[in-house]
Design a protein around this ligand. Structure first.
Ligand code: FAD
Length: 367
């Protein structure tokens, strides 16, 4: 039997720990935060499951992943149908016939396509060279100005003219009246919160969890106590930034309890205008059709990543991709440590991708 040290109790580390433990291996999990579950951590406040690190909606079309996660949770019927507030007016997202009708007063897909086609003519068939041109080529000028420009500039702290086109390669545009943000077959929110899922995974008797323990502060000690390390922290930090820092975007979340039953009438509202410093407001009770007398909202402020903040979104531009390749080469030469999860792989992973990646590692490592 092997003794695994899993660094990080997020979804990736916890799936691996559970699978190793159920196969008879011993697992020590180290977590530098004061709680388990990483970024999917939810905390009950006023009887409402509050998503502490941003709204998390489980969605997947992968049959086996859906069955896997259902071992640990019961999901409700939540469908994500976010709204956007632009200059005080509400619009449906993702861009669909409802949005086009709100912007142009049109009613048919033919009229919407005609509008978009007319507005993309400004590019005269040129390949988009920046995010602004990319957006106009996909949805036309009016949708870009009303719903994309200021939001994206807040999010990235940069003019759309200076941002690369690939950021919005896959902008969802639909010529049907359908506000469901995701195209996946399965979607929902776990009724007891995400933390409960992780607690169940880590409650196996072969698993010991240490909270408030930073592996990198005592690397040698912890590594010596185990046969193999599964590391889900930042790969550049592990190697002491020897090739330089990988870039991330970060967010600050401000939670508020409000003595009111219903503040915005929906779980997610995006705020487009540049004068408003936050990009989204989440009203958590609507994820679970809550009927409590009070409500909890979270405002999401995009900020540049710096030490002390959470690295939320990897910036996968050519410079960072090259830098990551260098770290990956070092990682591939290791025999006693494996890197995984969104930080170890320097890749944005949805929850279903995270589980899939962890199960692939299980196959390679524990077959
Ligand atoms: P994490 O959850 O980050 O876990 C890594 C853990 O390692 C952390 O707990 C960290 O504290 C710990 N750690 C790091 N370094 C050390 C160290 N040196 N010592 C000890 N511990 C350490 N996915 C969806 O499917 N749907 C959504 O709606 C969705 N919304 C999202 C919204 C936001 C704002 C963000 C940022 C992500 C969202 N995701 C969503 C993605 C989801 O959060 C990830 O798939 C998931 O959290 C990845 O899990 P992980 O284990 O790889 O990483």
């Amino acid at each position: 039997m092997t003794h695994y040290l899993v660094v990080g109790s997020g979804l990736f580390g916890s799936v691996f720990a559970y699978e190793a433990a159920t196969r008879g291996h011993n697992v020590t999990v180290l977590e530098k935060r004061s709680h388990v579950a990483g970024n999917i951590y939810t905390k009950e406040i006023e009887g409402i499951q509050v998503h502490q690190y941003g709204a998390h909606i489980f969605h997947t079309s992968k049959e086996e992943i859906w069955h896997y996660i259902n071992q640990f949770a019961t999901f409700n019927q939540f469908i994500n149908e976010p709204m956007a507030n632009s200059k005080g007016k509400m619009y449906n997202l993702p861009f669909n016939m409802n949005t086009f009708s709100q912007i142009w007063g049109i009613t048919t897909p033919k009229e919407a396509k005609k509008k978009i086609d007319e507005q993309r003519q400004v590019l005269q068939g040129r390949k988009p060279s920046n995010l602004e041109e990319q957006a106009i080529s996909l949805v036309g000028y009016d949708v870009y100005e009303t719903l994309i420009k200021e939001y994206t500039e807040k999010q990235w702290g940069e003019s759309c003219k200076n941002l690369p086109p690939f950021i919005i390669n896959r902008l969802p545009v639909r010529f049907v009246y359908n506000n469901n943000y995701f195209n996946d077959k399965y979607q929902g929110i776990p009724v007891d919160g995400y933390t409960r899922i992780i607690e169940q995974m880590l409650s196996h008797p072969n698993i010991v969890v240490h909270l408030n323990e930073d592996f990198l502060a005592n690397k040698q000690k912890w590594a010596a106590l185990s046969d193999k390390v599964i590391y889900t922290g930042m790969i550049d930090e592990y190697y002491d930034y020897c090739f330089g820092h990988l870039d991330y975007r970060s967010l600050v979340f401000k939670h508020e309890v409000i003595d009111q039953a219903n503040v915005q009438g929906i779980a997610v509202v995006n705020y487009i205008d540049k004068e408003i410093p936050f990009t989204r407001v989440i009203e958590h009770k609507h994820f679970d059709f809550g009927k409590q007398n009070k409500t909890v909202i979270t405002k999401e402020y995009p900020v540049a990543f710096e030490k002390g903040l959470e690295p939320y979104y990897p910036v996968n531009n050519p410079v960072n991709s090259l830098l990551y390749k260098k770290y990956k080469r070092l990682a591939q030469a290791e025999t006693a440590i494996v890197f995984g999860g969104r930080l170890g792989m320097y890749r944005y992973l949805d929850m279903d991708d995270t589980i899939e990646q962890a199960l692939l590692l299980v196959k390679r490592e524990l077959a």
